[in-house]
Design a binder for this molecule. Structure first.
Ligand code: NDP
Ligand code: PYC
Length: 339
């Protein structure tokens, strides 16, 4: 499909926001959901960019997300803050609780945010990057829906369970990594299916447990964890900490709640842990950000790139030149706007 003329990040945000508002999402939530989708497209993270609009609309139509839910914060003044998304999208719930999370982390050194009962479809870097802008380090994780076999197994049980980390830097973009604990995000395989392209070997097995490069067979089979038993263990940790520990759905229950299909998006909880590096380092007399900087600079000095560098470069280009969408993507936005 030929590329069409570029659209500015703000214009894309406005278009996506309009689509969600028209679909009945309350304005504050439509803004938060559109912001994370438009940011994904701006940063060339296609698996969680505008491709996700269609999936969100499908979940709204299926009645599996509450588009008018208002996030409710429960704060007992301790280091654990809860926000109940009320079956709505996770993004407005995070936005609502972020200032309190940051304030509590600064006051106590560490604070955790429990997001309850949310429809979670998005990339996690958005949240850890925001906390890094608040001067905080953070970890973020959530289950997804059972689509990944544990290392040594061949049937879907774990989710693609994303895990992200953010670290603030002075005078530079924060250090941020954010990855699915499967070899790639499921969205990546869905994009290959859509483009009619085979997937690389090692991403998935078919329903008989045989290695496959066919995206269709991969989606009906099982995806594989990254790094064999290591990724499998991190994925299991994500299930335990952000599923079992919170009393929220794990990935198997999330897919069951969606009627056994991964064509909708998963509903479960999420956990975000924020840490104030200055509080942790206070008695050492050393500056944690400067110490961190020495390491990050040394990594770069070896010619290695830091995670998110590609993303930040894509962002700079999009801010300067706009975002180039294909004719098909623009046509789909047109269609959604007139629905
Ligand atoms: P990628 O494998 O594309 O990237 C993972 C991370 O590694 C990024 O931070 C990336 O930075 C970095 N990276 C990639 N290549 C290099 C390299 N050569 N050197 C250094 N760093 C590198 O992501 P995934 O496919 O695993 O995940 C994509 C997204 O899917 C994530 O944002 C995740 O949150 C989301 N997701 C969401 C789920 C949900 O349930 N909500 C479930 C699963 C995934 P850079 O971006 O700069 O390339
Ligand atoms: O891409 O793996 C994925 C995913 C699952 C839920 C949202 N994104």
């Amino acid at each position: 499909m030929p590329a069409a003329h570029p659209i500015s990040p703000e214009a894309l945000l406005a278009r996506v926001e309009t689509i969600f508002t028209k679909a009945g999402v309350r304005p504050e939530s439509a803004r938060a959901v559109a912001a994370v989708i438009a940011a994904g497209e701006r940063d060339n993270c296609k698996s969680h960019g505008i491709y996700r609009v269609e999936g969100c609309l499908r979940v709204i139509a299926a009645g599996k997300v509450a588009p008018d839910a208002v996030p409710r914060i429960h704060d007992a003044g301790t280091s654990v803050i809860e926000v109940d998304a009320g079956g709505g999208f996770s993004n407005p719930a995070f936005d609502a609780a972020r200032p309190l999370l940051a304030e509590r982390a600064r006051a106590q050194g560490i604070a955790a945010l429990v997001i309850r009962d949310c429809l979670h479809f998005s990339a996690l870097w958005h949240d850890v990057e925001a906390l890094a802008q608040d001067g905080l380090a953070s970890l973020s994780m959530c289950p997804s829906y059972a689509s990944v076999a544990p290392a040594g197994g061949s049937a879907p049980l774990l989710g693609t369970n994303p895990f992200a980390f953010g670290w603030p830097r002075q005078g530079a973009q924060p250090y941020v990594f954010d990855f699915a604990t499967s070899v790639v995000a499921r969205g990546e395989i869905e994009l290959h299916r859509r483009a009619g392209k085979p997937i690389p070997e090692g991403w998935a097995v078919d329903s008989a447990g045989r290695p496959t490069t066919d995206p269709e067979a991969a989606l009906s089979g099982a995806m594989l964890p990254f790094g064999g038993h290591k990724g499998s263990a991190i994925s299991t940790m994500v299930e335990l900490l952000s599923g079992a520990m919170l009393g929220e759905f794990m990935s198997k229950e999330a897919v069951e709640f969606m009627g056994g299909t991964t064509s909708l998006l998963p509903r479960h909880g999420a956990l975000v842990i924020a840490l104030d590096p200055q509080r942790f380092a206070a008695r050492s007399g050393r500056d944690p950000i400067a110490e961190g900087e020495r390491l990050l600079t040394a990594i770069g000095a070896q010619g290695a790139r830091l995670p998110s560098e590609r993303r930040f470069a894509a962002r700079a280009k999009a801010l300067a030149d706009g975002i180039t969408l294909s004719e098909a993507e623009l046509a789909q936005l047109d269609r959604f706007e007139t629905m």
